[in-house]
Design a protein around this ligand. Structure first.
Ligand code: XBP
Ligand code: MG
Length: 258
């Protein structure tokens, strides 16, 4: 039986709640700066989150709300420029320190390192966003705690395609049977499962009602000793739990032997 050798973390929604008060705000700042009267409300952004990737999300919005603009020959360049401005705003927002890691993340990273489990990232978001978040929350060395950071346009197809997880596994030099993905969304679960990985889900306000079939366990967070997480689906044991390395190893072993 393969033992657990690596944890492969999603970023947005899993390491930190970045979407509503981070990415969404930065998109709106970029629109305002470009003198566009577009504004993505919390609710509208939830709908647009179905499409992963910021440039892809802008394109989706245009196809729904301003389809005539997509015929403009300069539209791809316009989207690229808007997205570059959004990244600038988002990084500045992170540097201000307003977005913390989700409860239990720091503890789990420390415990995994102590247990000799390798750490990696597989995310749809732009690489600069990942390093800015890790620096702002874990300090200057934050990004170096992850052996592999697979992010953004490094693969042609974003989640739910499995490509970004396959990219991370190849960089780690591990088969999928040796890794566990940590995700927050149905698109992420599909991507991880498509790459052959087991996956544990921690939900958030935007993803709570999604379909997580195929996940090993679904929880409302990683939990902390003083405030354990709630188990929402599988494993058989229910109730509350602090997700630590022995817990993950237990779920992982039950899956590979099952
Ligand atoms: C995260 C995303 C990202 C961010 C925006 O998906 O969809 O696109 O919302 O990032 P996941 P960029 O957590 O499943 O990886 O604007 O940098 O593309
Ligand atoms: Mg996510």
């Amino acid at each position: 039986m393969q033992e657990l050798r690596a944890l492969i973390f999603d970023v947005d929604g899993t390491l930190a709640d970045t979407e509503r008060d981070g990415h969404r705000v930065a998109f709106n700042q970029a629109f305002a700066e470009a003198r566009l009267d577009w504004h993505w409300s919390v609710e509208r952004y939830g709908e647009l989150l179905r499409v992963t990737g910021g440039k892809e999300r802008i394109r989706q919005y245009l196809s729904e709300d301003h389809p005539e603009m997509l015929a403009d020959p300069g539209i791809e360049e316009r989207i690229r420029a808007l997205h570059a401005a959004k990244t600038r705003h988002y990084v500045r927002l992170l540097e201000g320190g307003s977005i913390p890691l989700r409860p239990g993340v720091r503890r789990l990273l420390d415990q995994a390192e102590q247990a000799g489990i390798r750490l990696a990232i597989a995310t749809t978001t732009t690489p600069e966003n990942v390093t800015a978040l890790l620096r702002a929350t874990l300090g200057e060395d934050g990004p170096w705690r992850f052996e592999v950071i697979s992010a953004g346009d490094v693969v042609p197809e974003k989640k739910p395609a499995p490509d970004i997880f396959t990219h991370a596994l190849e960089a780690l030099g591990l088969p999928p049977e040796a890794g566990l993905a940590l995700e927050d969304s149905d698109n992420g679960v599909r991507a991880a499962r498509g790459a052959g990985l087991a996956v544990v889900v921690t939900t958030n306000d935007y993803t709570r009602d999604q379909d997580f079939s195929g996940a090993l366990a679904v929880l409302d967070g990683f939990g902390e000793p003083e405030r354990p997480a709630r188990v929402l689906a599988g494993p058989p044991r229910s109730g509350s739990v602090v997700v630590d390395v022995p817990t993950l190893r237990g779920w992982f072993a039950a899956r590979t032997s099952g």
